[in-house]
Ligand binder design. Sequence first.
Ligand SMILES: [Mg+2]
Length: 423
Amino acid sequence: MSSRIPISTLNTGSGPRDSKPESKRLESIGPNLTSTEPFTVTQIVFSSIPVRADTHWYFVEVSDPDGVTGVAEFTHGEQSMATSRAMAEMADEIRGEPIEDEASLPAMLGLSVALLQGDRVLAAAVSGLRSAILDGQAQRAGVSLREMLAADEGQVPDSVELYANINRSMLPDDNGPVDRSPQAFAEMAGRAVEDGFHTIKCAPFDECRAPFDSRGLPPEAAAGLARIAAAREAIGPDVTLLVDCHSRFDLESALALEPELAARGVGWFEEPVSYRESRSELARITDAASMPVAGAETAYGVELFESLIADRVVDVVMPDAKYCGGPGEAVRIGRSLEKLRPGSVSMHSPSGPISLLASAHATAAFAGSRPLEHAINEVDWRATTIDPAEHVHDGRLYLPSGPGLGAGLNQSLISKSGRRWTI
Ligand SMILES: [Mg+2]
């Protein structure tokens, strides 16, 4: 299957700093605009900000002829620049065309769902554009994104429970690797509980990478299990502890590991193997596990998420607004699957405040029954990345009241510490 977006031929220019033209977020809206108000992309601007060590957060802003600007985060590791170039090509194809339903964007671009499921750069680019356009549409309609996405599904909450992902706070910082001893895991998990979180997630299996030399439980897992035990000891028995395995295991080692996690009171077993490369093995692990198995953080499109639950590949799917098609698609996923199996959707959200905000609007709109992921203590200035600042208190994200996402990028922070470009 071929794409109309020839990624390999895209140029690599990254443009001048501070080239961002004037744009605005709507503070209020005229009485004539409705929630079906189309959004017409006439301008697209990218920006990024250095976060910690190799991590940067990447943003896209799309503006219409009235200067209404929708924003999305598209942070995609080493593929972030390729993602921005794909987005710029896509924006060229739809420039000036009124978009009523952002879900129709792939069809407008000639991109099949199957292609987007297999190509992560295209999926991230489509998701970023869909997400930014949705923010612009909700601003034009004068409603919050969560209200627009919930449509007539009743009262939408204005705060969302979060779980504390401590992974990113324990990655190397600007001075190099940080302490990853069991004691360090205990301290960071304890700090999250002090900050009001009731669910903590860690990724402790640094030493593991399948295939292993031995049968059964690999000896390399001992260090990770010691980190889990220390974290559990620090947070006590009433806080839920989730464990992410980043696809470091294989079928046999994952089956041997699961009872060890259960013995330490682990609340979910995330991605022991990849849903992409090892779907049938993951289904066997899910079948055998006594705790929920979670995964699919890079999947695109409601159909794939539905199949993962229908085929019992995992118990909990983890749509990421940056890859799944954006918050609009996340709501389709949440509505479909929460009805089928309550508690089967928990959005993946390990990035910055714009991505968390989009995910929180979606989670509020589909009335998600599980807490939303939040990467805590990565950098101390995180909240100021957006305006108004991110508001996390006592383990909850409080959503701003303005139209759309309710917050935009802190442009002075981007001007001072980041960069902007057009393609
Ligand atoms: Mg994960």
